[in-house]
Design a protein around this ligand. Sequence first.
Ligand code: 9MG
Length: 285
Amino acid sequence: MSASATVWQTARFRIDLSRPRVMGIVNATPDSFSDGGRYRDADAARAHCDALVEQGVDILDIGGESTRPGSVAPDVDEELARVLPVVRHAVTLGVPVSVDTSSPEVMRAVLAAGADIVNDVRSLLRPGALEAVAAHPTAGVCVMHMRGEPATMQSLTDYDDVVAEVAGFLRERAAALEAAGIARERIAADPGVGFAKTAAHNLELLARQRELLDLQMPLLVGWSRKGTLGQLTGRPAGERLAASVAAALMAVERGARIVRVHDVGATVDALKVWSAVACCRRPAA
Ligand code: 9MG
């Protein structure tokens, strides 16, 4: 797909993808170390939104469900109570707001509150999810490859050709979204690094990521602090900054247009260097 002509249509913003964009992760999950309960968690998440905007984030991605391997989804009321107070603040900050959810009730509520994008690791496969996004005239959506559920996915890692399977799944989901009335320019596609994949699968997906450009959808990729980087470096999640930035840059070099990251400031700086060099390339003959 031609990078210069690409936009991602979202509820309030047509995001210009002629330069790569940084999606910053905002966890609205309870902090098990805080004794201040719900209000303290929401305050911390709102302050984190402000900090990421300060650091140059292009899109905020707010999530109330941990999708780490082995985790179990919260019920709808709990997810709404975590996410909505943060979304209501985030939509005042002047950047597109994405919400990481698979629940149609949460999708409807956050879109009504002004959110721009639904980022669904389950690709709108829960009953009612497709309809919830299709009912909005312009909201953006990210569909992602996964097998099973976060609680079980790491036992579902048999592939003949992981890249072909991921591409086939994303192509089918895009067709289903379009058939439901969601215009192509509203859809981004994500190979789902770490979701029902071994480290070898994740690395093969990065090495061969350009093959996914045939999907003709903007690619969104999330390598930040993932387990594969821990396996490669021997470092715990909080010490994977350098590995995460390196992976984000390699993803962009191979055609990703949006990278989903924890470390926004470092990634923004790295992409400034990448963009300065990318601009000097000779146009393809
Ligand atoms: C919610 N979430 C966790 N990891 C993710 C990834 O790699 N991509 C997307 N789109 N969402 C993710």
